[in-house]
Ligand binder design. Sequence first.
Ligand SMILES: [Zn+2]
Ligand SMILES: [Zn+2]
Length: 300
Amino acid sequence: MKRREFLLKSGLLAGMSMLSGRQLLASILFAEGKMYPIRDRVGYYVERGGTIGWYLTEDHIVVVDTQFPEQARHFIARLRETNDQPIDLLLNTHHHFDHTAGNIAFKGIVQQHVAHENARANQERVARERGNLDEQLLPATTFSDTWQTKVGDETISLYYFGPAHTNGDAIIHFEKADVVHMGDLVFNRRYPYIDKTAGASIENWVKVLKKARKTFGAQATYIFGHAGKDWPVRGTDADLMAFENYLKRLLDYVQAAHRKGMTLDELKQQTRAIPGAPEWKGRGIERSLEAAWLEIVEGK
Ligand SMILES: [Zn+2]
Ligand SMILES: [Zn+2]
């Protein structure tokens, strides 16, 4: 099938027709994002929002997360440089809009779309609250503990290890390539967002990371949702361990401050790094402190 014919049939151009010709051209020609291969046709894409993972051959495409609609269109244009087939599989690591807002760009061109059952429920709930359900593409398939499929010569396994960053974080393992997309279960040297409104648990997050290290091991390459300035969005199990340490130190720090009689406001006025985790710095420490306070002091 010729490229343009496929694009028309797949509805891709139809979806893009809201853009002017010039915008469309610009969105393809001046795409800012970059494709980073890892191995065995698996890699990641970075533009704006949570890191996208991909498996790309002449015949098959698997996509993990979608950033925002504009970025998703750029990314799809990149895929179409080498593959004009329908997309086999779209996966979402969790519901946050920097990972799912771009889903809509995949409407009509994806054969299967999977996320954790709580991620789908969260995406729908938040969209209803914001009144933008019509801008969402919700996963058609959900899972609770594990889910697996084969695409081309790659086996893709999804795992849910319990509440952590949200109550619906899927870990996605490309088994042959031995690449693990951690979604926002790892903020690599950057203060995390901890979504207490969607069932996050710092205490269990530590256990989830430990279980991930045990399950996937030291040989795997890990993809992270976000990273601090000058830190990569890919790494090893040592980076998982470092983030585990950050979360543990955060809980210890807030626990000790509470015992000493400090209030949350007093705690938030301190802007130095969490003791014992100096690599986590920059902006956003108050989000960690607030979430830990809710968990430890208010039992939420
Ligand atoms: Zn994110
Ligand atoms: Zn997130």
